[in-house]
Structures are given as structure tokens and as C-alpha cells.
Write a protein that binds this ligand. Structure first.
Ligand code: HEM
Length: 484
């Protein structure tokens, strides 16, 4: 009944087929026809969708529209909001900012060889592929997931723990994230569309009671428990040495241990160790899958636009660093920051990859928005394509791909704004975006310096029109080795 108040936005009935298969057209038409904010029932939940005009207000007015409540509800993890003395999302932001962003230079140096090796292996696997006709590589998205998983295992736990068992376990765990957020979309399952609440409940139980504990107990969980346990036993001398400004913690996990160690006893208690497990899991879930999806979009887009290859290869030549002692070449944070064309290409791919219902907030009270009141406790979602292809901002050819336009406009891929919300906006904008964009640049450069990507039939297919955030596009990618 709260939705029937006279000052709430109109509620619009959209056909299930239209919502899921022609998401963009159907929602945009409804917003054009019924006004700038509409209520739409989707899978048993009423969501308020806004056009581009209200995107900034919804994403940044934190006292009216809560990021934490919305995302905890979508993931069915409301419990994490009520743990006394802890704040899941805020703790994650702090952890990423202090342990990853501040050490990005060192991190890029340590993960560069991963991209170099995995690109070489992927190219070799493609060339040896039994499918000699198309020479399609093994599933590129899956390969990218393994690369990103190895990177995050190295960053979070240290190089010594980047074993294939741990990497595999992380890939399996991060697939869980896609399932959990997929509950928000659950587009491709007929059962999910017909019985949304039941589907959500069953999926959540399956994921939280079976997959997560199983995968956690298999390798990553015991690893974190062991390292935090050893840290506790050695915490006296280690914590003292960590206090010296010159010595950086060797991994995000050790950084977290330093942060949570009790300064008077110099020990980590069980509650803190458990909290560290939760944070590390959150970090893995947030980082691997989304970055792999965007990286896949970037490589597929480049493969279908070969005119961008040469300028990007030339840019690579100008930025690559040569180590005279070892005779090796490489890329660092400094050289990657000079790769403005690659950066612009990535920004453009993210802008136009077709996100629709992505960033979400929940009204914390009866919240005024434009001419309406959004009832308390409702999900509010700005419609992303309207934001990213707004002709009043981007001009008449707002929807045309122009890969290097951001070079002149000096807008780096990580820069969020009212008309670029791929990484969110405001206080909750993605804290991992600096790492993510650098990872994608490393993947891109390492691939194009040894191979030319192309797509079977020259194009790729969007698998899920409603969800381009956690569902990758489908294509058969070939990599032709440059020296063949
Ligand atoms: C290209 C890859 C990525 C994309 C597109 C992406 C996108 C996003 C978006 C849209 C949000 C929500 C922001 C909002 O609603 O305002 C978010 C939040 C978040 N992202 Fe990312 N992200 C990416 C990579 C990463 C990486 C690599 C990490 C970790 C190193 C990360 C960590 C997080 C965390 C912890 C949050 C939760 C929000 C918070 O606590 O502030 N993300 N991300």
C-alpha cells in the first residue's frame, strides 16, 4: 500500500519478455512515456527506475539513498550490516585504499609477469588449437578469470600462495558473486522469472550453505586462518617491525593483520581473524569477476575494431620500459599512466557496453526525488544507458563508439562523474578502480604485443541484455601470433 500514495512515481507494467530480452528499449520507452521516474515490478520486487536527470542525486545523496542497505539486500547479506563495531563496506574501502592504492606501484611490478606469462600461454594454446579452421582460443572469459584470480591471490596473500589450487578455488568462489548478484537479475532462468522469491531463497541457500563453505574450506579459508594464526603467534616482533615506516606489509592479508592486531596484547583474537576472513572473501568477490567481464568486453571490442590496433601498438612502443641490466622490457605504474589511448579506449568500452540496471540505492525514508516521494525501503536505480548516452552531454553521436575521444578531453577511465557511472559515483564509487583499469591495460598490452585478436564472424553477442555487469559477452576469439 505504501506504493499507492498519490505522490509516489507511477507504477508501470512491463512485459516479462520485453524487460529481459529488450531491456534497454522497453525501459527507455517507458521512461519517455510515463515520466522521469517509474516504478517497475521485477521478480516480485518493486524498483524505482530514474532517467539520467536524477542519477547523480540518487547515487550521491547518502542520507536519503543508502548504498549499504541496497547492496546488502541484493546480496541477501543484511546480517553484515548489524555486526557490532564492524562496517563491512567501509572496512573494505579503507583496506583497499590503504593496502592496494597506496602500494599500486609495487603491486603492478609484482603482477606484470603474470600477465606476460598467461598471455603467452593463451596465444600458444590458440595456435595449437585443434580447431584449425577458426583457431579459436579456449574460452577467453574463463582464461581471463584465471588471470585475474592469480593476480588477486598474489596481491592478497603473496606470491608464494599463488598455487593452482588456490587460484581455482578463487575462480569458483568468485563465480558465486555472479550468482548472488544474478539473483538481482536472474534473467536467463525461466524458473527464476516465474518464481522469483523461491528462486532467490533456493539460490541463496545453495550458495551460502554449500558452495561458499565448501570452496572456503577447500583452500582459501584454511590459508587465511593459518596465516592469521601464525601472525598471532609471531605478532610481537612482526608488529614492531611493521611499525617502521620503511617496511611495507608484504600482502593485503598481512596489512589487515597489522590493522586488527590488539596493540596491547599484540595478538589477533578469533573474532578479528574471522572478520579478516570475511573481508578477504569480500575483496575477492568484488574484484575478480567484474574486472574479468570488463576486460573481455575490451578485448572483444578491440578485435572487432582492428583500426585501433596499430595506434595502440605504437603507444605501447613509446611507453614500454627497457631494463638494460636484464635486457627485458616491461610496464610499470608510471608507464601505464602514459598510456592515454589505451585508457581512453577502455573508458569508451565501459561507457557503451550497454549497462542498464547496475548501480543501486535504497531509500532510507520517504525520500523526495523530483516531483515525487520514493517510499521508504525501496530500491532506486538510475538507468545507465540513458546516463552514458545522454545527447545533452555527449552530443548527437552520443551512441557512436569513438575510442580515443577521452585523450583530448582528459578524462581517465577511472574518473567517475554524473555522466559516467560505470564505477558508481560519490562516496561509494568503486574503491578498486585504479587497480582494475591497470590490470585491463596490462592484459591488453601483453596480448597485442604478441598477437592480433579477431572474432569469428567479426562480432560478439550480448548474452544477457539486462546484465552486462556480471555476465560476459559471447564470442569466438582467435589470437594470431605476430611472428607466425
Ligand atoms: C572493471 C572492474 C570493476 C568495475 C566495473 C567495478 C564497479 C563497481 C561498482 C559500480 C561499484 C558500486 C559503486 C556504486 O554503487 O556507487 C563497486 C563497488 C565496489 N568495488 Fe568495484 N568494480 C571493479 C573492480 C573492482 C576491484 C578490482 C576491486 C578490488 C580491488 C573492487 C572493489 C569494490 C568494492 C569493495 C566495492 C564495494 C563498495 C565500497 O565498499 O565502496 N572493484 N565496484
Amino acid at each position: 500500500s505504501k506504493h499507492n500514495r498519490r505522490d509516489a512515481p507511477p507504477i508501470v507494467d512491463l512485459t516479462v519478455e520485453g524487460m529481459f530480452s529488450r531491456t534497454r528499449e522497453v525501459y527507455q520507452n517507458a521512461l519517455k512515456r510515463f515520466g522521469p521516474i517509474i516504478g517497475v515490478w521485477r521478480k516480485g520486487r518493486l524498483e524505482y527506475i530514474t532517467n539520467e536527470i536524477y542519477a547523480k542525486q540518487v547515487l550521491t545523496t547518502n542520507d536519503l539513498f543508502s548504498f549499504e542497505k541496497a547492496n546488502a539486500q541484493i546480496l541477501n547479506l543484511n546480517v553484515v550490516l548489524y555486526i557490532p563495531g564492524r562496517s563491512f563496506f567501509k572496512d573494505l574501502v579503507k583496506l583497499i585504499s590503504e593496502s592496494i592504492d597506496h602500494n599500486l606501484d609495487r603491486i603492478i611490478k609484482s603482477v606484470y609477469p603474470i600477465f606476460e606469462r598467461r598471455s603467452r600461454e593463451l596465444c600458444l594454446a590458440t595456435t595449437r588449437s585443434s580447431d584449425a579452421h577458426t583457431r579459436c582460443s579456449p574460452d577467453f572469459f574463463v582464461e581471463t578469470q584465471f588471470t585475474m584470480a592469480e593476480v588477486m591471490v598474489t596481491v592478497i596473500f603473496g606470491k608464494d600462495h599463488a598455487t593452482s589450487a588456490n587460484i581455482q578455488s578463487v575462480v569458483a568462489l568468485t563465480a558465486v558473486f555472479a550468482t548472488l548478484t544474478g539473483m538481482q537479475y536472474q534473467n536467463t532462468s525461466r524458473f527464476g522469472r516465474t518464481f522469483p522469491r523461491l528462486y532467490r531463497m533456493i539460490t541463496w541457500i545453495r550458495v551460502m550453505a554449500v558452495t561458499v563453505p565448501f570452496e572456503l574450506c577447500r583452500s582459501i579459508g584454511p590459508l587465511i586462518w593459518r596465516i592469521t594464526g601464525e601472525y598471532a603467534r609471531k605478532s610481537g616482533p612482526r608488529a614492531t617491525s611493521m611499525a617502521t615506516p620503511n617496511e611495507e606489509p608484504s600482502s593485503v592479508l598481512i596489512y589487515a593483520c597489522d590493522k586488527y592486531v590488539n596493540p596491547s596484547t599484540m595478538r589477533l583474537n578469533r573474532k578479528d581473524r574471522l572478520w579478516i576472513v570475511v573481508l578477504m572473501l569480500g575483496l575477492l568477490l568484488a574484484s575478480v569477476h567484474t574486472t574479468s567481464v570488463v576486460a573481455t568486453f575490451v578485448i572483444y571490442e578491440l578485435a572487432r575494431r582492428p583500426e585501433y590496433l596499430q595506434p595502440l601498438r605504437e603507444e605501447l612502443k613509446t611507453i614500454v620500459e627497457h631494463d638494460s641490466a636484464s635486457g627485458r622490457t616491461g610496464l610499470t605504474l608510471q608507464s601505464l599512466s602514459l598510456a592515454t589511448k589505451a585508457d581512453s579506449f577502455i573508458r569508451e568500452v565501459m561507457r557503451l557496453k550497454g549497462d542498464t540496471l547496475a548501480q543501486v540505492r535504497m531509500s532510507t525514508c520517504d525520500a523526495p526525488l523530483g516531483p515525487y516521494i520514493i517510499p521508504k525501503g525501496c530500491l532506486v536505480i538510475p538507468f545507465s544507458t540513458l546516463v552514458h548516452e545522454d545527447p545533452t552531454v555527449f552530443g548527437a553521436d552520443a551512441s557512436t563508439f569513438n575510442g580515443f575521444q577521452w585523450v583530448e578531453k582528459s578524462k581517465p577511465a577511472v574518473m567517475a562523474g554524473a555522466s559516467h557511472i560505470v564505477f558508481g559515483l560519490g562516496r561509494w564509487a568503486c574503491p578498486g578502480r585504479n587497480l582494475a583499469v591497470n590490470e585491463i591495460k596490462l592484459l591488453l598490452f601483453n596480448l597485442i604485443q604478441i598477437a592480433t585478436p579477431s572474432l569469428h564472424e567479426g562480432t560478439f553477442e550480448i548474452t544477457d541484455a539486462m546484465n552486462t555487469v556480471t555476465v560476459p559477452p559471447r564470442a569466438a576469439l582467435s589470437l594470431k601470433a605476430l611472428d607466425v
